[in-house]
Design a protein around this ligand. Structure first.
Ligand code: SF4
Length: 284
């Protein structure tokens, strides 16, 4: 039986993108190919906030995600890829994951809820393990899956075929790729982060959309360049602008400005409902 290293598994409402407001199970896998240390920093600077978090809490190693500090700069999901916290993410079998999902679903079965496979970068290391999970008998009523990805990982031929078959298994089934492509404000290099051919391939399997995290006009100028590159490669999906800010103080500074920018340019606005509603705490 295949296993997946699970950073978090929780029930909440989707706070971002196309399914904003939809009750959702979040499966956060461990591992990412980026660090995104530029988020929330002056342009060209990288945050050391994550690396300065001590492995131990009051001289005791952290044993629970909810005790980890939230950060105002860098990646707000750092514990899902930082090797110092890997012991907080157990390797779980498909059975164990499905049983836990059934426990947290309100009716102990899939009804109108949707599954969000997120990270970290969920398409980095676990593509071989997902078919067993998604084919589990207790997952047969699941209708909608979103992969929240940074858009840099190609689909293996086997996984692409599996997803295509899964989606064609029922008219009601839908696969979405929510692609949070990383602009220079993330601190990641353009050539590593903006890979239009990869995202165009996702469109062969399901619905893909782009979601750019924006703090200012310069970020928007970068987003425009990226959008042009994706369109040139044939990308047809929607584009969302989303305010930077994993904590309310940062989010509240620019959410309205980003909404106005989206309106001005005829793009979609994505909120981050988990920030005002739940303070973006772990497990929300
Ligand atoms: S791609 Fe996402 S999970 Fe990975 S470091 Fe960047 S923000 Fe964090």
């Amino acid at each position: 039986m295949s296993k997946i290293k699970i950073a978090e598994l929780f029930y909440s409402i989707q706070g971002e993108g196309r399914y904003m407001g939809v009750p959702s199970v979040f499966l956060r896998t461990f591992g990412c190919n980026f660090k995104c240390a530029g988020f929330g920093m002056p342009r060209g600077e990288l945050s050391t906030e994550v690396e300065n978090i001590s492995f131990a809490h009051s001289n005791t190693p952290y044993t629970d995600y909810k005790d980890l500090p939230l950060v105002t700069t860098g990646c707000d999901s750092y514990a899902s890829w930082d090797p110092r916290f890997k012991n907080l993410s157990p390797m779980l079998t498909s059975d164990a994951i499905v049983n836990r999902i059934m426990e947290i679903l309100p009716h102990r079965r899939w009804e109108d809820e949707h599954l969000v496979i997120t990270g970290g970068e969920p398409l980095l290391g676990w593509q071989r393990a997902y078919p067993e999970l998604l084919s589990h008998p207790k997952m047969s009523e699941l209708k909608e899956i979103t992969f929240e990805t940074n858009g840099t990982q190609t689909l293996s031929p086997e996984f692409k075929e599996y997803l295509t078959d899964w989606a064609f298994g029922s008219d009601e089934r839908e696969i979405t790729f929510s692609v949070s492509a990383k602009l220079p404000c993330s601190g990641e290099k353009w050539d590593d982060a903006i890979l239009p051919e990869v995202v165009c391939e996702y469109e062969q399997v399901g619905t893909a959309y782009l979601k750019f995290v924006i703090a200012n006009e310069q970020d928007f100028a970068d987003a425009e360049c990226a959008i042009a590159a994706y369109r040139k490669a044939g990308f047809k999906g929607h584009v969302y602008l989303m305010p930077v800010g994993g904590v309310e103080s940062v989010y509240a500074l620019n959410n309205k400005n980003v909404a106005l920018l989206a309106m001005k340019h005829g793009l979609r606005y994505s909120d981050r409902l988990q920030v005002p509603l739940f303070k973006n705490e772990w497990g929300t």
